[in-house]
Design a protein around this ligand. Sequence first.
Ligand code: 26Y
Length: 822
Amino acid sequence: AIQIEDDRTGVTIPTLRRALADNLYYVLGKPPDGATLNDYYLALAYTVRDRLMQRWMASTHTHRLPTIKQVIYLSAEYLPGPHLGNNLMNLGLYETVQQAVAESGLDLATLLACEEEPGLGNGGLGRLAACFMDSLATLEIPAIGYGIRYEFGIFDQEIREGWQAEITDKWLQSGNPWEIARPEDAVFVKLGGHTEASTDETGCYQVRWIPHQTVKGIPYDTPIPGYRVNTVNTLRLWKAEAPESFDLSVFNHGDYYGAVDQKVISENLTKVLYPNDEPIQGKQLRLKQQYFFVSCALQDLIRTHLAQGGRLERFHEKFAVQLNDTHPAIAIPELMRLLVDDHHVPWDLAWTITQQTFAYTNHTLLPEALEVWSLDLLGQLLPRHLEIIMEINRRFLEDVRLKFPDNGEKMGQLSLIADQPFRSVRMAYLASVGSHAINGVAALHSQLLQKTVLRGFYDLWPEKFLNITNGVTPRRWMLLSNPRLAQLITRRIGDRWIIHLQDLRDLEPLAEDPEFRAAWRSVKQANKQALAQRILERTGIQVNVESLFDVQVKRIHEYKRQHLNVLHIITLYNRLKQNPSLDLVPRTFIFAGKAAPGYVQAKLIIRLITAVGEVINRDPAVGDRLKVVFLPDYNVTNGQPIYPAADLSEQISTAGKEASGTGNMKFALNGALTIGTLDGANIEIREAVGSENFFHFGHKVEELSQLRSQGYDPRRYCDHSPELNRAIHRLESGFFAQGNRDLFRPLVQSLLNDDPYFLMADYLSYLNCQEQVSQAFLNEATWIRRSILNTARMGEFSSDRSIREYAHQVWQVQSVPINLQP
Ligand code: 26Y
């Protein structure tokens, strides 16, 4: 029989070319000669989306079956990165499409570069959600990710005269081919107003919530395909709109402009992502965002569950709902409200269902970063939820009192309500009480969580607590971003490592093979060359590709200590100035990262990096021995070429402050060696790759608490280290600020007076460690050997491993292979 390929599903080159032209003409309404590059990108994206459709619909259909348990990931942030390249890779169509596109006179790389990434998150937490979505689909685990369709994601960063400037992120401007609006699945979300209690005809106590405002949530679905499997999960993001009935009623009263105002107010709800990675106190709009998407998600689940003939008593058998930090923790009282008020489930049963449904992941210990919402604000916006939270707390404290009679202090410590500095709900406590499992994101972090922030809850319910160390997806962070290394590895050990990252172990013996080492070095050099080209294009700085690429990319934060890195740079510079013929191992220092727009000290750290760069990069006495680069607009797209080109990964947070880190994993996986503190997942990475292949320095958590309790005096370290003194003096003197002694004063003052992040205490150890790094880099053969061993031993840091742990230890879910011919 003659096989005729369908234009929407066929994968031969002639069919793909026809499909591309067809989508260009019929979907975008463009003739080939009038089409822009972006039109071609869109046409290609639709061509790829068509090829996902059958799998997506089969997955959705199968996942709805009442017998199948589904993971529901609730996250206020997602940073998936551009979809096109990843989807081509996961479908196994990358090379075919590359060729089809080329035969149509186009270049795939150019088209890929047209895609605006969805910057719907701040940093690690949002990127983790995206890695988890990739792994869930690849492991064929039924899952939905729920979140917010921010119209403006994280701002684009420009550097102007050395300072960060924030530009609105208009990611939807040229159209988003990956999302499908589902207005037929809209839900309504109430806000504000008051409650009324009554007893109905049957004598049942009933609470009615009479809201001040209602907004409509419209879901937008994006397919998330697994790697070479039929499973395609859904990322369902909600957009807020005004309910049309509302503006009609106002219109009837003749207040047309009033109705339009209401529409604008409703739509503002999902307008913009808060660009902080630490809580903002008391922002009502932020609480509205959190409640809005969580309520949309839970209403969506209850509706589909009931439509499938499911019973609410079994809600937790159908759905395992994961809270990505406390941002969605209002889901706990919301599910209680939906069950008790709307569906008349008795409180005790509703509470059992709720606790069995939710699990909570904590991502921070920083006390200032723990979310609290004032009772005032909560009562205004969510009056019914405040009542429910108070009732949850009353019952909880009653249990505590039975366990610890006559211990009023205990009750105060564990209460969901804090009294100071104002009456507020501690969201981490609410999340802990309402969940059956609580996890930290690295071994050290989980231990500290049990010992500090959630100690009281650990004492009550140790069995609820567990650690699940973060991971990253090797699909995006190796296969897609480092194709040269991926090919080299696959040629030697086959391609199973892509889904069984532990297979990288098979590279270990090759670390002794001179031929393999040479190939490894060539790949690294090619990646460095490519990054050098980008650096030149974006900053005008010419870097030496033989130099050590020393890289720190992450959000700019005092606890992450980019300024400790700068103190090292200044010290090297001082040494060079003192001894111009110094035989120094050439280094290129590469920084990238965004500062929260309101975080003055972080923005000053960016200015410091660019200022030091301006002096050093221009100093003829330095030549190409030292270069300092700040790459603007760090995001997933711009991060992808950075990790493969790094020799050294800087993971230098104050011990105890970085919950896990995931950039540390991307670097080591791509063969960079790490210089790091014993913090977060660094500890586990060091154990995995071997302490001889990891440069660690600095005080440990306990040593820092000791220092603190002894009365830490940062100036002492300056007095005892002439080099530190000189580096600080360079800053004070205005040397890097054209004589302006005021510019960096706030940084210097902070270091000398408080130094809450112990830069002074860790400086010497950091410097000595960096000296060892330089010595090690001189021996190329052993450096490459260690680089190979880093990659070979990073298998456990795949997000596939993390997700398997969640699946077995928290969610109790199984893989469900998707059959395309039912
Ligand atoms: C409340 C709101 C403004 C807020 C928004 C985002 C608060 C925090 C955040 C983001 C936090 C975050 O990204 N945390 C990081 O999570 C990673 C994934 O677990 C960790 O690897 C990393 O150490 C941690 O800082």
